[in-house]
Design a protein around this ligand. Structure first.
Ligand SMILES: Cc1cc2nc3c(=O)[nH]c(=O)nc-3n(C[C@H](O)[C@H](O)[C@H](O)COP(=O)(O)OP(=O)(O)OC[C@H]3O[C@@H](n4cnc5c(N)ncnc54)[C@H](O)[C@@H]3O)c2cc1C
Length: 301
């Protein structure tokens, strides 16, 4: 009988293994693809933010910064003496039209209650802070500019968590769990991400494909925050000397991870060029797709 078995060795599985091993539990992590070709975490944008509606999410975003900022101490190991998550603390900027503004004013009350440190600015003043924006059609925006939100390299972060968990005694092994009843353990943790329903039929999570484009623009703003344009659903951020931009189009029931290339021309580029006029000169240099773990609209959750 095992003490703890974690099914899935992605970012949640590795973090679970770390935190439980630190508390003295004997953890075994079973991962079916240790190359993580389709796992969500390496295909994500690695963003961490506190600009959420729910207080629980806001507080998790605060904890994320606290934890990531200290991993050079907490996740140091013999094999990985200088762990880093390659933190880029550029902040988040969320842009709201009249249709979404009211909800964000409510969210701001929760930000305040959680001491989240977010700022609110009317659209008419946006250009004073973000000179590259076209504020047309916007009512308001919320943002941070004091290094409390941003993004990390999810692959490096995962590596640091996994290494430390192993040093603390966790075992990572390759295996494809077909049924939870195969496992005999005091505690079983499902960290199977968007594939959870394959093991736990009552959890209505499904893989939802999201496409990300890699873009080059003659003018680059390395200091740009991760910007979410709510009216179009498009979001973007700098990555090295390029940009990454996410399509607002998401799809269930896609067994392959082929990017939705047409979304660039049809949805993403027009939205980007509208909000940041210099993005008219963008060139597409690449892209990929990954699965979010989502509930379908018909789900009761
Ligand atoms: C394009 C994109 C952008 C994103 N951007 C962000 C962002 O900026 N910020 C953010 O917080 N989140 C973001 N996300 C979401 C984030 O990536 C996921 O919520 C997160 O990675 C989920 O982690 P996980 O460990 O649960 O799942 P995964 O990373 O998918 O890991 C699950 C693992 O379980 C394994 N597994 C599944 N079933 C079994 C089984 N039966 N037996 C053995 N192993 C199994 C899989 O092989 C996989 O390795 C983004 C996602 C996408 C697709």
């Amino acid at each position: 009988m095992d003490d703890v078995v974690v099914v899935g060795g992605g970012i949640i599985g590795a973090a679970t293994a770390y935190f439980l091993s630190k508390e003295g539990r004997k953890v075994r992590v079973i991962e079916r693809d240790p190359a993580y070709k389709k796992a969500s975490f390496p295909l994500s944008l690695g963003g961490f933010r506190r600009q959420f509606f729910q207080k629980e999410n806001i507080n998790l975003g605060k904890f994320a910064l606290e934890f990531i900022s200290d991993i050079s101490n907490t996740l140091k190991t013999k094999n990985n003496p200088n762990p880093t998550a390659s933190l880029v603390p550029n902040g988040y900027l969320l842009l709201f039209g009249p249709e979404h503004a009211e909800e964000q004013y409510e969210a701001l009350k929760n930000h305040k209650a959680c001491d989240a440190g977010t700022k609110n600015i009317p659209a008419s003043k946006l250009k004073d802070v973000f000179s590259w924006i076209n504020p047309e059609g916007l009512e308001t925006a919320t943002y941070t500019d004091n290094k409390i939100e941003g993004w990390i390299d999810p692959h490096m972060f995962h590596n640091a968590l996994k290494n430390k968990a192993i040093e603390l005694g966790a075992k990572f092994e390759k295996g494809d769990v077909k049924k939870i009843s195969e496992i005999k353990a005091n505690t079983i943790v499902s960290a199977a991400g968007c594939w959870t329903k394959e093991l736990l039929d009552d959890i209505p999570v499904a893989p939802q494909k999201h496409t990300v484009f890699r873009l080059k623009c003659p003018k680059h703003h390395p200091e740009m925050p991760l910007t979410g344009d709510l009216p179009s659903g498009v979001y973007w951020r700098p990555e090295g000397n390029e940009y990454l931009a996410g399509s607002p189009n998401s799809k269930f029931d896609c067994p392959d991870l082929e990017p939705e290339w047409d979304d660039f021309e049809n949805l993403v580029w027009p939205a980007l060029a509208n909000r940041v006029p210099e993005f008219e000169k963008l060139k597409l240099t690449g892209g990929w797709a990954g699965y979010y773990d989502c509930c379908r609209k018909t789900s009761k959750i």
